[in-house]
Design a protein around this ligand. Structure first.
Ligand code: IPE
Ligand code: IPE
Ligand code: MG
Length: 237
C-alpha cells in the first residue's frame, strides 16, 4: 500500500536556473546545465520516497520568445542530456515520457526524444514526464480538437482522456522553485485540485531536504475536493 502522506505524483516548475548562473557571473546556460544535475538528483530522491510519477516543466510554449542563443542552447542541452542519461535511466527503472507539442521541434531533438522514450518504455519504477514545448492552454486545445475530430462528447472524462498526461493521474503536489508564485501555463487542467508548494530555492540548488519540506507540507494538508472537513474525516460523502 502506498503511504497516502507521500504524494504519488509530484509536478515541478523547475525555475531559477538563469538567476543561479547570474549570481555566479556565469552564462545562463550554465544554470540550465546545473538544472539537469538537479533533476537527476530529484528523480532519485522521489523514487526513494515512494513517489511514482514525477512531471517536470522543462521548456514552455512561451520560452521560444527568449533570446535565440538561449533557445538553441536549451535545445542542444536537451538532446545531449537525453543521449547521455538514457543508460542510467534504464538502470534506475525510470520510464521517460515527453509531454508537449512536437511541432516546432527539430528532427534531431525529435529523434533523441523517440530513442529515449522507446528505450525506457518497459520501465515501471518511476514515470518521469518531461514537459517540453508544453503549455497548459496548448494541452486543453489539443485535447478539445481530438474530441471534435473523433466526434466524442465534451465531457470532463473525455477531455481528461485526451490530455497529454492521460497516462498518469493528476498531480497531487505541484512545486515551484525560484520564488515566483504563479503557474506560468503549466498543468492548467490537471492541477485543478493539486496542492501547491512554493520555494525560494533556485532549481539548481533544489535538493532532497527541500523535497522533504514540500512532502512534509503536503502531508499536513487536508484535501477536501469541495467537501466539508467533517465529510472528509468521517468518509461520509
Ligand atoms: C527555468 O529557469 C528553466 C527554463 C525556463 C527553461 P529560468 O531560465 O526561467 O531561470 P530564471 O527564472 O531566469 O532565473
Ligand atoms: C516556467 O518558467 C517554465 C519552465 C520552468 C520551463 P518561466 O521562467 O518561463 O516562467 P515566467 O516567465 O517567470 O512566468
Ligand atoms: Mg524563470
Amino acid at each position: 500500500m502506498p503511504d497516502s502522506k507521500v504524494p504519488q505524483h509530484i509536478a515541478i516548475v523547475m525555475d531559477g536556473n538563469g538567476r543561479w548562473a547570474s549570481k555566479r557571473y556565469l552564462p545562463r546556460i550554465a544554470g540550465h546545465r546545473q538544472g539537469v544535475e538537479s533533476l537527476k538528483r530529484c528523480a532519485r530522491a522521489c523514487d526513494e520516497r515512494g513517489v511514482r510519477v514525477l512531471t517536470v516543466f522543462a521548456f514552455s510554449s512561451e520560452n521560444w520568445k527568449r533570446p535565440s542563443e538561449e533557445v538553441s542552447g536549451l535545445m542542444d542541452l536537451f538532446a545531449l542530456a537525453l543521449s547521455r542519461e538514457v543508460r542510467q535511466l534504464q538502470a534506475d527503472g525510470v520510464q521517460l515520457r515527453f509531454v508537449g507539442d512536437r511541432a516546432g521541434l527539430s528532427a534531431r531533438v525529435l529523434q533523441h526524444m523517440q530513442q529515449a522514450q522507446d528505450a525506457t518504455a518497459g520501465n515501471s519504477r518511476l514515470v518521469l514526464n518531461v514537459c517540453f514545448n508544453y503549455g497548459g492552454r496548448w494541452d486543453i486545445l489539443q485535447a478539445a480538437s481530438t474530441l471534435q475530430e473523433q466526434g466524442l462528447a465534451f465531457t470532463e472524462e473525455n477531455l481528461s482522456q485526451a490530455m497529454a498526461t492521460a497516462h498518469v493521474p493528476d498531480p497531487d503536489l505541484v512545486i515551484r522553485t525560484g520564488g515566483e508564485q504563479r503557474i506560468s501555463n503549466f498543468l492548467l487542467w490537471q492541477s485543478a485540485y493539486s496542492e501547491f508548494f512554493f520555494s525560494d530555492v533556485l532549481w539548481p540548488d533544489f535538493d532532497a531536504a527541500t523535497l522533504d519540506q514540500a512532502i512534509a507540507s503536503y502531508a499536513q494538508r487536508e484535501r477536501r475536493f469541495g467537501l466539508t472537513s467533517e465529510q472528509v474525516q468521517t468518509g461520509s460523502a
